[in-house]
Design a protein around this ligand. Sequence first.
Ligand code: ADE
Length: 236
Amino acid sequence: MRIDVVTIFPDYLAPLQLSLIGRAQRDGLLGVHVHDLRDWTHDRHRTVDDTPYGGGAGMVMRPEPWGEALDEVCGSLPGRTPHLVFPGPGGDLFTQQTARELATQEDWLIFACGRYEGIDERVYEEFAARYRLSVLSLGDYVLNGGEVAVLAMTEAVARLVPGVIGNAESLVEESHTGGLLEYPVYTKPPQWRGRKVPDVLLSGHHGQIAAWRHEQRLERTASRRPDLMGGRDGRT
Ligand code: ADE
């Protein structure tokens, strides 16, 4: 999978060179390319923003640098068509299902990171007319810009690309798979500060362990995230 990020703070994306995502790049499973939006400005101050028409607080990102940047980045792989993602608090909620869809249905994502009060609306119109385009929100809170959201979304998507996670089984039972949170996990020692590992996990009965874990997932989800339970009541 190829991922491009256009931002005015390329250094914000440096963590994408670390850990599993960094290794996936070195292994050739993933290509991450970060671009500085200011490279598509033409004035001495490399200006990317201006005051909003109609008045109001803050600054709005000008359409010209975004237009030139996205024209060039979107056209940089002949024969391939990207899916554009604009992170923003006004977008559709980014969920595990979104991550799964992007990981399995797309092979090229371009993230466009807005700052200030946002990007001139005509940029969305222009590129939605030419490409698949999503505005995606991490949650109901406001960040200073899209960069942190891109770190989160890239990690959530990239780890679902086959080969990125060594042990594919660890993807099967994790939180949000099957709409439930993950069961609690324990390791050695069997007793720590007077707290014991549940007996069933030491029993060696695989059937009982699986049943206990399923029950824990239901109970946890019912108490912490009842919104995920749908018709289930946590007791069945
Ligand atoms: N940019 C600012 N706030 C955001 C959010 N909640 N999700 C995604 N991008 C954002």
